[in-house]
Design a protein around this ligand. Structure first.
Ligand SMILES: [Zn+2]
Ligand SMILES: [Zn+2]
Length: 350
């Protein structure tokens, strides 16, 4: 947690998309919360398949310094179109179509995030894919631009299986171009948050005679993280804290990082106009003096992206980029070839 950054926000770092023994995860919620807290996470968003049992049992709240919020993962009748839903009254009907559960979640004031939209491996086989196909659905708040499980599965090949199993985090590269482009396109119409998700289950895995857990919770909590920016410190009151985190996601006041390449806490992306200063999720007027300012905690390769096009690449700890055109600006930071930090958009003159 970084309290009061130089942009005036309080930063909280968490992990999203977590399964427990309430569905196909391998550890009970209390144990997962303990691991999150020992790893130093400020919050986790738990999402078991089609159940809110733990929330009904009053298990949301602070576990030491970690806020545990409970939503669930909805799927359609074909087990496709997985959707993370928070703050709904209950689990929605399994009979609904994706368009219907997205709309109903919205109607109930829920927060909805499209899960692993980008899985392209075959639907049939040992590890089927669960892509998002219902792009005409209206009312989702965000999507996972980077899902650790999808990326790992897509890269899993017979010749690298053992390496992949023993060092799962080493193989993480970055969000795919396909999904980044989709996300940029969606944002042309309206604000859609881009999140990082771990989709952790802690599956046991057999590799010949060896049985190990791939992606133990502890390891996953040290990989893809979502950092939210909140104007006031996170409340210790559950309902208030919940609103603070959900609003930050809905408003795109967030960035994604891969902790394996370094702690990205303190990353800043600001839009500086003549009389105003904004962060991601916000808009400002376009003028030739508008600056997009980036600061990162350690050196990295900084790329400025406008409407999906990379317009500047530099190596260092900061970048002041003069806006060249109205559009959607976002930042990617790399450590070598590996994606480290992905901001959400600042809207300049649009
Ligand atoms: Zn899923
Ligand atoms: Zn899942």
């Amino acid at each position: 947690m970084i309290s009061k950054r130089s942009d005036g926000y309080h930063e909280y770092c968490g992990c999203i998309h977590i399964h427990t023994t309430d569905s196909d995860g391998t550890k009970p919620l209390e144990e997962v919360a303990d691991i999150a807290s020992a790893t130093g996470l400020d919050f986790i968003l738990v999402t078991d398949h089609m159940t809110l049992k733990a929330r009904r049992e009053g298990k949301e709240g602070f576990y030491k310094n970690t806020l545990v919020l409970i939503g669930y993962e909805h799927n359609d009748k074909e087990d496709c179109n997985h959707y993370l839903l928070f703050n709904t009254e209950d689990v929605l009907s399994p009979e609904l179509s994706p368009q219907e559960y997205v709309a109903e979640g919205k109607r109930q004031g829920g927060l909805g995030i499209i899960a692993h939209p980008d899985e392209i491996r075959p639907r049939l086989g040992k590890y089927p894919s669960y892509p998002w196909l219902a792009w005409d659905a209206e009312g989702f708040d965000g999507l996972e631009i980077w899902n650790q499980m999808s990326e790992w599965m897509e890269n899993l090949k017979p010749y690298n299986k053992l390496k992949m199993v023993f060092s799962p985090r080493k193989f993480m590269r970055s969000p795919t171009d396909r999904i980044l482009q989709k996300w940029d396109d969606l944002n042309q119409k309206r604000k859609v948050a881009g999140l990082g998700a771990i989709d952790v289950h802690g599956y046991p895995y057999r590799a010949g005679p060896i049985r190990i857990t791939i992606f133990p919770y502890k390891v996953q909590f040290r990989s893809l993280r979502t950092h939210v920016l909140i104007p006031e410190p996170l409340s210790r009151d559950l309902e208030t804290a919940k609103r603070q985190v959900y609003d930050a996601i809905r408003d795109c006041r967030l960035f994604v990082s891969n902790y394996r390449w370094g702690d990205a806490s303190g990353f800043e992306f600001r839009g500086l106009g003549t009389n105003e200063e904004v962060i991601s999720g916000e808009s400002l007027e376009f003028s030739p003096d508008t600056i997009l300012a980036v600061k990162i905690p350690e050196r990295g390769g900084i790329r400025m992206v406008v409407n999906g096009r990379t317009v500047s690449m530099t190596e260092g700890k900061s970048l002041d980029f003069k806006a060249t055109e109205p559009g959607l600006y976002r930042v990617e930071v790399y450590k070598g070839e590996r994606g480290w930090i992905f901001s959400n958009h600042i809207r300049v003159g649009v």
